[in-house]
Design a protein around this ligand. Structure first.
Ligand code: GLC
Length: 740
């Protein structure tokens, strides 16, 4: 999708008539002859044990005594370490590998740099709500700069699992439910981490994870089974990975889940047929934490030897933490029971990435760099800007927000108002609490003369109401109440799934009691997932989602609450009315009995509407926008053509503001059932009060392709509806037809 400057990317090479189309190989063909020569030469010198060493990634907690680790490194039995945060030790281990092992192959140090290293940015689901890919790329670039200075060569990110179930704790780690936006985010993050050359001293290798389908965990329970028909896999879950491969991602991580009966970390169809055969991926695949030996628990491997054979044969090149490769493949190869060619292929991929990462030329980290780059001013400014842009205004009755800066007294109530660790969010391994600006800090800085009556009220999970009275007193003694409530960081992330999405603990009761005071209330909601907040939306004047906003969260929240920044974020996940509606997402199918209020025998519940509490793409502003004058260039589009559509967007309020304008289509009739809506474009525009802008999108037939009844990736003739609007539930509607 191209917006404005309609750039039609040349001819589309495909045969339409339900024809024979398989996608061309997409990996960036950037094999460097020099590197390939060096890989080949080095591989030829390696013993089988040294090869298996390269296929092994260790974590200290599993080999406690450093002495053992140093001997393993010296013997060439380790290729990588993960989550090392001690530069001196990292250099010491690297010196052993480079200067004391037989071939001097450097180690590669990986870590979970998911949303920042020392400068922690908002959690990924928050970043996605900014819909600002350039800024998302920028935060990844900063993360790479800090991580490399800390001795980390490779991040286990971006996490690009499409997630449609908010019970799943890891929904926080990705870009949400939409394939199109998730694919753009995958590209932005790979570019940010790697740049054009991840051997650069301020870049790191990326790792697309978790390949694939992990977010479809049954019942939203982490590590649970996934059953994903191939067409859904290809149309929904794989495109972000394909996009990341096209951007040149260095590595991919295989997931924990069993997909359609075959655990991903032993799944040749995924790791070899699709990843290499169809996409031409030349990097390497790392398993997830012990996901190779977990093939035993899945019930597809008798023992660790069998697990090693299945995973290595499937195309998992490096084993994280478990040691079945180095413990068992040696003997099998010597007995002629396992092909050396698979090992040589895996090791070549690993060496290729190590050469590209510049580790042979620059294996050591200059310890003098870190103090200069960590938390640099420009890093903090970007962290503040991303936190501002990620916030989503859900309600603002009677324009209570922005608050006036001359407000005399504010009651700041709630367990998240002054919590440092919760602002960091999950997966913030390099972050430090002392770096955080809490909401209390931010308000005090923004309003030096205001009386801020802070009362925690309760803990996030604790059921004690002992703090309620103090909170009520603060509320009654103040002009306005700001509540800081929601989820703590520990309530989401890996292995932190919830069956109940209400406000945790007694926070809901605290909110009710504060509401009963009759004071105006602003809720700042901290969360890593959609929550069932129907009562809050019904009864509270203003609600702003701050997610877990990172080290600059407190400043950014103050900026938004007092109008320094007019919120423009939009949801990239659907908020359900209750858990019973899950899974619920905007691009579902129409069914054969679409809801019809006049016909009881149509698809619906008898206790709640089919619509969600808040739709994908939803977010308000302090100003208002009007959409008018939809123009569709022509009502018939030929297969080799393209279509420009435009609309006028006007700022009809009194504040300057930004609006994320969204383009959706509906392929009305296909060889298979099609989603009722699909996001195919968006652009964030700034408008002054009274200003109107015409925004033009260009749809190419390439944008209309999907995997059809024959599993070919094609665009099909027929009628389409389209919308240009503020979210997935509203907008100006038009239509067009794809013809021969
Ligand atoms: C974890 C996660 C994965 C992470 C890895 C290393 O179990 O699933 O995302 O990168 O282990 O920490």
């Amino acid at each position: 999708m191209k917006t404005r400057k309609a750039v039609f990317l040349g001819l589309l090479f495909f045969v339409v008539c339900c024809g024979c189309v398989k996608e061309a190989k997409v990996g960036k063909p950037n094999l460097s002859p020099d590197i390939e020569r060096r890989v080949e030469k080095l591989l030829a010198k390696m013993t089988l044990e040294e090869k298996l060493g390269q296929m092994s990634q260790m974590h200290e907690i599993y080999r406690k005594e450093s002495l053992i680790l140093e001997n393993e490194i010296r013997a060439g039995r380790v290729g990588s370490f993960l989550n090392f945060f001690d530069i001196e030790k990292r250099n010491r281990f690297q010196r052993i590998a480079v200067e004391q092992s037989r071939l001097g192959i450097p180690l590669i140090f990986g870590a979970d740099v998911i949303h920042g290293h020392r400068t922690i940015f908002p959690v990924p689901l928050a970043e996605a709500a900014s819909w600002n890919m350039a800024l998302a790329e920028r935060t990844a670039k900063i993360a790479a700069r800090e991580a490399r200075a800390a001795g980390i060569d490779w991040t286990f990110g971006p996490m690009i699992d499409i997630a449609r179930d908010p019970r799943w704790g890891r929904i926080v780690e990705g870009a949400g439910e939409d394939t199109y936006l998730g694919s753009l985010m995958a590209r932005a993050k790979v570019r940010g981490f790697q740049g054009d050359d991840y051997g650069d001293s301020e870049r790191i290798a990326a790792c697309l994870k978790h390949f694939a389908g992990y977010g479809a965990a049954q019942a939203g329970r982490d590590y649970h089974t996934t059953d994903i028909p191939e067409r859904v896999l290809r149309n929904v879950y794989l495109p972000p990975f394909k996009a990341g491969v096209e951007e040149g991602a260095a590595t991919i991580m295989s997931g924990f889940n069993d997909i359609n009966g075959v655990p991903v970390s032993g799944n040749r169809f995924l790791m070899t047929d699709i990843l290499r055969g169809e996409w031409g991926f030349e990097g390497f695949v790392l398993s997830d934490w012990k996901s190779v030996t977990q093939l035993i628990d899945h019930g597809v491997a008798e023992d660790e030897q069998a697990a090693a054979v299945i995973a290595a044969t499937a195309g998992v090149d490096m084993e994280m933490v478990s040691s079945s490769y180095i413990d068992h493949l040696d003997e099998l190869v010597r007995k002629g029971k396992f092909p050396l060619s698979i090992i040589d292929e895996a090791v070549s991929r690993i060496l290729r990435v190590k050469f590209r990462a510049g580790l042979f030329e620059n294996p050591y980290t200059d310890v003098a760099i870190a103090p200069k780059v960590m938390l640099a001013d420009e890093h903090l400014e970007i962290a503040r800007q991303m936190a501002r842009e990620s916030m989503v205004l859900l309600k603002n009755e009677n324009q209570l927000l922005p608050l006036k800066k001359n407000v005399k007294s504010i009651a700041l109530i709630g367990p998240l108002a002054n919590s440092r660790k919760d602002m960091l969010g999950t997966w913030s391994l390099g972050g430090r609490e002392e770096d955080v600006v809490t909401m209390l800090d931010g308000l005090k800085k923004a309003l030096p003369n205001c009386e801020i009556n802070y009362a925690k009220g309760c803990d996030v999970l604790d059921t004690s109401k002992d703090g309620f009275n103090e909170a009520l007193e603060a509320a009654n003694n103040s002009d306005v109440v700001i509540m800081a409530i929601g989820e703590s960081a520990e309530l989401n992330g890996e292995a932190h799934c919830r069956t109940n999405l209400d406000l945790p603990g007694v926070q809901r009761e605290l909110l009710h009691q504060i509401h009963a005071t009759g004071k105006d209330i602003v809720v700042v909601l901290f969360t890593g997932r959609p929550l069932t907040i129907g009562w809050m939306l019904e009864n509270v004047n203003s609600v702003l989602i701050a997610w877990h906003p990172g080290v600059q969260g407190g400043n950014a929240i103050a900026d938004v609450l007092f109008g320094e920044y007019n919120p423009a974020g939009k949801l990239t996940v659907t908020f359900p009315r209750n858990v019973g509606q899950i899974p619920i997402f905007y691009n579902m199918k129409n069914t054969g009995r679409p809801e019809d209020p006049t016909d009881p025998y149509t698809t619906k519940y008898i206790d709640v509407p089919n619509t969600p509490l808040l739709p994908f793409g939803f977010g308000l502003s302090y100003t208002t926008f009007e959409y008018e004058n939809l123009k569709i260039e022509k009502d018939k589009v030929s297969m080799s053509g393209s279509l420009t559509v435009s609309a006028d967007i006007k700022n009809t309020g009194k504040y300057p503001g930004e609006e994320i304008v969204q383009l959706y289509i509906h392929d009305i009739t296909g060889s298979v059932t099609r989603p009722v809506k699909e996001l195919k474009g968006f652009e964030k525009i700034s408008l002054k009060p009274g200003q109107t802008k015409t925004l033009t999108f260009t749809l190419s037939t390439d944008d209309l392709r999907f995997y059809d009844i024959n599993m070919n990736f094609v665009a099909e003739l027929g009628k389409f509806d389209l919308w240009i609007g503020p979210n997935s539930a509203e907008g100006l509607k038009g239509s067009f037809e794809l013809t021969n």
